[in-house]
Design a binder for this molecule. Structure first.
Ligand SMILES: *[C@@H]1O[C@H](CO)[C@@H](O)[C@H](O)[C@H]1NC(C)=O
Ligand SMILES: *[C@@H]1O[C@H](CO)[C@@H](O)[C@H](O)[C@H]1NC(C)=O
Ligand SMILES: *[C@@H]1O[C@H](CO)[C@@H](O)[C@H](O)[C@H]1NC(C)=O
Ligand SMILES: *[C@@H]1O[C@H](CO)[C@@H](O)[C@H](O)[C@H]1NC(C)=O
Ligand SMILES: *[C@@H]1O[C@H](CO)[C@@H](O)[C@H](O)[C@H]1NC(C)=O
Ligand SMILES: *[C@@H]1O[C@H](CO)[C@@H](O)[C@H](O)[C@H]1NC(C)=O
Ligand SMILES: *[C@@H]1O[C@H](CO)[C@@H](O)[C@H](O)[C@H]1NC(C)=O
Ligand SMILES: *[C@@H]1O[C@H](CO)[C@@H](O)[C@H](O)[C@H]1NC(C)=O
Ligand SMILES: [Cu+2]
Length: 578
């Protein structure tokens, strides 16, 4: 029996009974499941770029397991750490309502799961559907510890587009020919820029254009004429990427697990942390076509990985024809923009909108303006091996001139919940402590931030606007900013300095996109809005891990509300201790 065939006969005597039956039926259609998974974090040898490397994996898989759930389902994921590093897992984009204990960022909502220890993440998906992902949130471990988290609509609940029968997750990644943690450690020692990666990957494979990689290149099989859904995730550590498939158009239908007004494009730009779902119709002559990703790099004078990763869109008839002829016809490469083509990246980004009018806060309670970017710390010892940044300096990064210091003795959430003093302060500045021409020629005296573990306190239910303003200190750059525990509306963006008198008039308060990660624009700004309806401590940070470890972060402390379902739930008994 389908919900639509059920007819209500409203007579006053049966109204209550009818309603009850209806609700029971509804509940059985939308039966929520609990998914139990075991994640064993362990070292595993894998062969890439002609050599065998030992990398940290989940269950020996790289990328890690794809999780598939429905909206309303619960998950219990028991993580056992058999690696030699501390680890935590973050469920990127999951709102974790009232449940920061399951969010994952190390020293923010939990202490790390130490070698030999276990922790079970328990959470429910509440009114979210689409593509999200999970990844380690500890040092640079997410270079290899990540996987897709796919949320289907509740049973019987429709998609706002015609959902194809076939779908493929495409996780874009970044590969180092060394242990990524050594790359991070070296950079932290020298204070200079970390070594660029050696390859990009699609589902863990670099693809045809790299040495010793052809055999394992990922294939996306299609029948002529059919439409498929690609769930594209940028799980690269430090690089925004352009992605395209030769001769094919992509129709964007969702981003960061929020549906979008569908639009057709030849390429997408995707920052670390972001996801983009696209429809692809196999409407070209049967053949092989490359799906390719290459860097969108906005920082100046920074070395970067200029290689191209590929997968192959393979028409089945072409594959059959090839195997008959015994030879493989070379795929066509898509043309991708130049590494610094900000005009193309921007033109793509502004097309992303919500499908229809959205409810957006218009009265703002907390009007925040955060300047974000890199900085330099002068060294006093000349030519020190520890000062390999430009002109005898060390790189740093900050938000509103505070370079974030992660606590080590407990997590912020545990300190807050248990009233442990001295771990953090709540004086994160709502506006920059000094006003200057943020994107102009900034005086050197302003380049070195202070350090601190400062939180910004928000009242439960408060309407928040944040303008994230990139600076030109060291370099302008597009920083993909991620907010934990929330999704937000992106109401505006621009280049140069945000103008509080003229720019708000241009905000899109009708159908702005909902995201969990958004770029600042290089030498520009982005404005976001959300309602602080999720109590707890929530990290906001640049999703380039090279920047995060420099202190490119801050955290919100969202207070409990007065209502019955407006307080943080008690911590689980197995929450790790430091
Ligand atoms: C970084 O790159 C330099 C120069 O190519 C190389 O000598 C060094 O071993 C690399 N180190 C790490 C940890 O990647
Ligand atoms: C990056 O590689 C492309 C070819 O893939 C080349 O045309 C371009 O000049 C390279 N850019 C830099 C900055 O190395
Ligand atoms: C991109 O970089 C090239 C050098 O590789 C430079 O000639 C060009 O002006 C740059 N374009 C933009 C838009 O910055
Ligand atoms: C380093 O010093 C050189 C020469 O004095 C100067 O041209 C350059 O701008 C400096 N770079 C930085 C990042 O301060
Ligand atoms: C930036 O300002 C410094 C001193 O304030 C000046 O020496 C330098 O020439 C200026 N650079 C540019 C590009 O205007
Ligand atoms: C760092 O050194 C530069 C000169 O290289 C100087 O202009 C600047 O004021 C110094 N900053 C601090 C915080 O000492
Ligand atoms: C940041 O704070 C430091 C230390 O107080 C100061 O030297 C620097 O000028 C400040 N910079 C900005 C951009 O406010
Ligand atoms: C692992 O976490 C514990 C608890 O916070 C800490 O004492 C230890 O130093 C960490 N180990 C490393 C290698 O960071
Ligand atoms: Cu950044």
């Amino acid at each position: 029996m389908e919900a639509s065939s059920f007819t209500l006969k409203p007579s006053s005597s049966c109204l209550f009974l009818c309603l009850l039956t209806f609700l029971t039926l509804l509940a059985s259609f939308a039966a929520a499941e609990t998914h139990y998974h075991e994640f064993v974090v362990e070292a595993k040898p894998v062969k890439r770029l002609c050599r065998t490397h030992t990398i940290i994996t989940v269950n020996g898989q790289f990328p890690g397991p794809n999780l598939e759930v429905r909206n309303g389902d619960s998950l219990a994921i028991k993580v056992t750490n058999r690696a030699k590093y501390n680890v935590t897992i973050h469920w990127h984009g999951v709102r974790q309502l009232r449940n920061p204990w399951a969010d994952g960022p190390e020293y923010i909502t939990q202490c790390p799961i130490q070698p030999g220890a276990t922790y079970t993440y328990r959470f429910t998906i509440q009114d979210q559907e689409g593509t999200l992902w999970w990844h380690a949130h500890s040092q640079w471990l997410r270079a290899t510890v990540y996987g897709a988290l796919i949320i289907y609509p509740r049973l019987g609940s429709p998609y706002p587009f015609s959902m194809p029968k076939k779908e493929f997750p495409l996780l874009l990644g970044e590969w180092w020919d060394r242990n990524p943690l050594d790359v991070q450690r070296l950079a932290q020692f020298t204070g200079g820029a970390p070594n660029a990666s050696d390859a990009y990957t699609i589902n863990g494979q670099p693809g045809d254009l790299y040495r010793c990689s052809k055999q394992e290149t990922v294939r996306i099989p299609v029948e002529s004429g059919e439409t498929i859904l690609l769930r594209i995730i940028n799980s690269a550590l430090n690089q925004e990427l352009f992605f395209a498939i030769a001769n094919h158009r992509l129709t964007v239908v969702s981003a960061d697990a929020a549906y979008t007004k569908p639009f057709t494009t030849r390429l997408i730009m995707i920052g670390p942390g972001q996801t983009t779902d696209v429809l692809l119709t196999a409407d070209q002559p049967p053949a092989h076509y490359y799906a390719a990703a290459r860097v969108y790099q906005t920082a100046q004078n920074a070395p970067f990985d200029n290689t191209t990763t590929t997968a192959i869109l393979e028409y089945k008839s072409a594959a059959a024809c090839d195997s008959k002829k015994g030879k493989f016809s070379a795929p066509v490469l898509p043309s991708l923009p130049a590494f610094n083509d900000t005009a193309t990246a921007t033109a793509y980004n502004v097309q992303i909108k919500s499908p229809s009018r959205v409810q957006i806060p218009t009265q703002i309670d907390d009007n925040l303006f955060f300047i974000v970017g890199l900085g330099l710390i002068n060294c006093t010892v000349p030519n020190s091996p520890r000062c390999q940044g430009p002109n005898n300096t060390r790189f740093t990064a900050s938000m509103n001139n505070v370079s974030f210091v992660f606590p080590r003795t407990t997590s912020l959430m545990q300190a807050y919940y248990n009233g442990i003093p001295g771990v953090f302060t709540t004086d994160f500045p709502p506006v920059p402590p000094v006003q200057f021409d943020y994107t102009g020629n900034v005086s050197r005296g302003l380049w070195t931030p202070s350090r601190g573990t400062k939180l910004y306190k928000l009242k439960y239910g408060s309407s928040v606007q944040i303008v994230l303003q990139d600076t030109s200190i060291v370099t302008t750059e597009d920083h993909p900013m991620h907010l934990h525990g929330y999704h937000f509306y992106v109401v505006g963006s621009g280049f140069g300095n945000f103008n509080p008198r003229t720019d708000p008039a241009k905000f899109n308060l009708i159908d702005p996109p909902q995201r969990n990660t958004i770029g600042t624009n290089p030498g520009g700004w982005v404005a976001i809005r959300f309602v602080a309806d999720n109590p707890g401590v929530w990290l906001m940070h640049c999703h380039l891990d090279a920047h995060l470890v420099l202190g490119f972060a801050m955290a919100f402390l969202v207070e409990n509300g007065n209502g019955p379902l407006q307080s943080v739930i008690p911590p689980p008994a197995d929450l790790p201790r430091c």
